[in-house]
Design a protein around this ligand. Structure first.
Ligand code: PMP
Length: 384
């Protein structure tokens, strides 16, 4: 038998073994087609069923209302930094005509929201209309580093009448910062969330959002597909607003049911299998309870120890990416050397921050978290 590996990777991440086994069992002969999903024409009836089935499952699981469109796109979550900017500025211009100045508001709570804001700044410079990127809050400026979110009453939004959208990252994968409430924004302004690393880890009220998007490779399946859920009134015609590549245009994607060109067929199929698995687990409310229990155990182990500490404020600690430090970098190196002997992999913190990061997505069983905690305790006994 292959070694049992405990994969704490931030993404690509662990996929439930029953999902992989099902993909294996269907690999050579999908639905009696005599072919693998990878070999099916994206225009075939058989693939059409996969794509629409995946959409329907997501719709049911997340309770997505009819006035939202589900898109499958490529280019990873990073591509959405640009797509969101282009499309929602266009939607604002389509709705209002040109303002002298349009604002796009960003809550910056970690590396990923910061990158998204930087991309918007870069693209805004190139636009004919004046578009200002406003950082509503910026944790690094306010606290000197990421790991906390300033209270909502200190956030400085732009004039809602002139704001195309408010953007935030619901779970900051590198810094382990997760919003525990939906940010309150003026109802006139669409709220955009990057949920790449906590997609389907808890129920989410879709109605509060203009756009919800994420890459699949953490909680949803393999890399190669991103899911975008967008309120239909925000789909702007291609000839309005910023000039944008066809492949980044939400309306083109929606009008063509995500098949303007060849979609990432196998990745979409895999997402469908993960959604079936989630239903088998009891749905999002159930998964959330499990995620709360797993994260609590791990944070308790960190907080109750003289050797470990978590740099993230308890008010915004991620249930998905648990980051922690040891009392010295030398001990961190030793800690990481020890885990690989136990077949625990990908526990090293992101290269930009160091330390330890345990990503414990939906697919991570509680027993694997228990084994990590047991190792942490024995390491602590040996080193304090
Ligand atoms: N947003 C978040 C929250 C992420 O965690 C990541 C990837 N780790 C990205 C965006 C970028 O995703 P991709 O690599 O798919 O472009």
């Amino acid at each position: 038998a292959p070694p049992y590996v405990l994969n704490f990777g931030a993404g690509p991440a662990k996929i439930p073994s029953s999902v992989l086994e099902r993909a294996q069992s269907e690999m050579l002969n999908f639905d009696n087609s005599g072919m693998s999903v990878m070999e099916l024409s994206h225009r075939s009836k058989t693939f059409g069923k996969i794509l629409n089935g995946t959409k329907d499952k997501l719709k049911t699981l997340m309770d997505i209302p009819d006035n939202y469109e589900i898109l499958f796109m490529q280019g990873g979550a990073t591509t959405q930094f640009a797509a969101v900017f282009y499309n929602l500025v266009a939607a604002k211009q389509a709705k209002d005509g040109n303002h002298d100045e349009i604002f796009v508001d960003y809550l910056v709570s970690g590396a990923w929201s910061n990158k998204a804001a930087q991309e918007a700044e870069r693209l805004a410079k190139n636009e004919r209309s004046k578009i200002t990127v406003n950082k509503v809050t910026d944790s690094k400026q306010q606290f000197g580093r990421y790991g906390n979110v300033a209270p909502a009453d200190t956030w400085r939004f732009s004039d809602p009448a002139k704001t195309a959208y408010v953007y935030y990252c619901d779970n900051e994968t590198v810094h382990g910062v997760e919003f525990q409430q939906v940010p309150q924004v003026d109802p006139r302004v669409p709220l955009v969330a990057d949920v790449s690393s906590n997609f389907l880890s808890r129920p989410l009220d879709v109605r509060k959002y203009g756009v919800i998007y994420g890459g699949a490779q953490k909680n949803l399946g393999p890399a190669g597909v991103s899911i975008v859920i967008i309120r239909k009134d925000l789909l702007a015609d291609l000839d309005v607003g910023p000039v944008r590549p066809l492949m980044l245009d939400f309306k083109t994607m929606a009008d063509n049911e995500s098949m303007y060109n060849t979609p990432p067929t196998f990745a979409i199929y895999m997402v469908g299998l993960v959604l079936d698995w989630l239903v088998e687990q009891g749905g999002l409310a159930q998964i959330e309870q499990r995620n709360i229990a797993k994260a609590k155990k791990l944070y308790d182990a960190i907080d109750n120890s003289p050797l470990y500490n978590c740099p993230v404020d308890p008010s915004c600690r991620s249930r998905m990416n648990v980051v922690f430090r040891l009392t010295s970098e030398a001990l961190e190196t030793k800690f990481l050397a020890g885990v690989s002997e136990l077949n625990m992999v990908q526990l090293k913190g992101h290269r930009s921050v160091g330390g330890i990061r345990a990503s414990i997505y939906n697919s991570m069983p509680e027993q694997d978290v228990d084994r990590l905690i047991a190792y942490m305790e024995s390491f602590e006994q040996a080193h304090t």
